[in-house]
Ligand binder design. Structure first.
Ligand code: GDP
Ligand code: MG
Ligand code: ZN
Length: 192
């Protein structure tokens, strides 16, 4: 979603204090190999907070991710004066949807603005065509122009350079499966 909005993206892996099985290292590696800056943080023991705060300085920042991952908690640790509400992991209204909370932009430091968002439950690729999704997987980009068909959705088409790259081990199978999961949620031939 960030790539389709042409934003500068960094990933934050929070709750590192709960990484009992040491899973963070591999996730960090995967996304660094993909081409993203990855911060590993804990709002509980403060690790990684300084680096993240330094990175945010002087920019307009949007915190985006599932409810409950600790977006508001991280902001509170970095900027205690904000006193954002935290811990509301699953507030649903009677229709079974998330209670809408408005996103507001706050000045958090000199020349630094931050938007906390209520969070998402899943990625909703509004307005995206199946054949465009692959362009937002930045690790696909060096292969994508070699697909036989320029409308390739990298699902089952013959001569697909993405599928080839996955089979040759040049692209991560995990990233490809991630791609397929989102592809599945895009409806066919919807006109916007
Ligand atoms: N163990 C641990 N819990 C955290 C951490 N960050 C947030 N939490 C907890 O996770 C829950 C959701 O946090 P919150 O900031 O409201 O998440 P948000 O929905 O993304 O804004 C709260 O109960 C927090 O106390 C962390 O780094 N470590
Ligand atoms: Mg929050
Ligand atoms: Zn393809």
């Amino acid at each position: 979603m960030g790539e389709s909005s042409m934003l500068n993206i960094v990933l934050v892996i929070n709750k590192s204090d709960l990484d009992y099985k040491s899973q963070i290292r591999d996730w960090k590696q995967l996304y660094e190999d993909t081409g993203y800056n990855v911060f590993v943080t804990s709002a509980v023991n403060g690790s990684g907070i300084k680096d993240l705060k330094r990175h945010l300085a002087g920019k307009i920042n949007l915190f985006f991710g599932q409810s409950g991952v600790g977006k508001s908690s991280l902001l509170n640790v970095m900027y205690p004066e904000l006193e954002l509400k935290t811990g509301e992991i699953s507030r649903f209204n009677e229709k079974g949807t998330h209670t809408t909370v408005t996103s507001i932009m706050i000045k958090t430091e000199k020349d630094t603005f931050t938007i906390d968002t209520p969070g998402i439950r899943e990625i909703m690729p509004y307005g995206l065509k199946k054949e465009d999704l692959g362009h937002y997987f930045i690790d696909f980009l060096s292969y994508i122009n070699n697909c036989k068909f320029n409308t390739c959705t990298h699902f089952h088409e013959p001569g697909c350079a993405i599928i080839n790259a996955v089979e040759n081990g040049n692209l991560s199978l995990y990233r490809y499966e991630s791609y397929l999961r989102i592809l599945e949620t895009i409806e066919e031939e919807k006109l916007y």
